[in-house]
Design a binder for this molecule. Sequence first.
Ligand code: SAM
Ligand code: SF4
Ligand code: SF4
Length: 334
Amino acid sequence: MDVALDRLGRPLRDLRISVTDRCNFRCRYCMPREEFGKGHDFLPKNEILTYEEIRNFVKACKPLGLRKVRITGGEPLLRQDIHHLVRQLSSMEMEVALTTNGSLLENNAANLAQSGLSRVTISLDAIDQEVHSKITDSKVPVTDILDGISAATRYELGPVKVNCVVQRGVNEHQIPKLVRKFRGTGVIVRFIEFMDVGSTNGWTQGQVVPTSEIIDFLSSEFDLTPLARKSASDVASRWAHSDGSGEIGFISSVSQPFCGDCVRARLSSDGKFFTCLFTTMGHDMSALIRSGGGTEGLTQSIEEVWSARKDRYSEERSSDAISLPRVEMSYIGG
Ligand code: SAM
Ligand code: SF4
Ligand code: SF4
């Protein structure tokens, strides 16, 4: 079968798989406790795809050109024996990556590496405990996450990346601390512009710190040189310390949108297929995924959805083209 192209000529190369909508953190910008507290209806267990069902979905995407999957959530390491899924997917000649908040990584790193995980990305918005606790609304020690990052490096789940979502007035002062902390360690820190995902985080444009401002700020302390992007679909712009002591990155989803090269789809943990992070509704594939038998019918349905795709929300954001409620990042997978 030919590689599937959407209406803007973009192939389906990368699938983010949310394996759970639950999390042990309550980051204010993702799962504010008022909305995701005791009264919140998380997905019932019987609606969550099994590892076998996820494997079948990935198998169905493969003939369409899929090359890479990223396991995410919610917090993916809350899902029992997640390394079993990693093993199933990595045995399909697929690059398998994982994004985690790092709190449970230290004890999982060995199993993940032995099961064929290629790379891990850890979210860490602050080094200072007080700031971290406030952002994540949790009591998890930052040292647990740093131990998780060290374990990922030790087990060669790299290049290990640390993602920091920057919010004005919340954690800008953590930016140079993070750069200093990981300089010379091989870990790549990336700063992400706070996005208007979902409908619960109260996003305003004023909370976004544009990449250009961060680079100006960092240039007063660090001597940074721009590097070429590795590929057109690489979402981060890359910069290197001029003395060779490492690399940092920037994901400018708000100030410099990259929809033109967006080759990513998402699968929620209950089997809905999303062609953009900012959609209101997904395409329910759960019945087809669970129908048993071969994957041809599923491949055909995925191709139909992908061929009709024309999403470019981040490029249209400023035109206020979309004001409908949007799905939450913790459900659709970051
Ligand atoms: N729980 C895991 C974690 O935090 O890494 C995986 C899921 S989380 C939804 C994936 C990524 O989305 C995290 O790096 C998080 O910081 C990011 N994220 C969540 N809400 C965001 C927002 N409004 N803007 C930018 N990034 C966001
Ligand atoms: Fe949980 Fe990740 Fe969302 Fe934070 S960003 S609440 S760790 S899913
Ligand atoms: Fe891709 Fe949608 Fe984000 Fe644009 S807004 S980069 S199409 S996920």
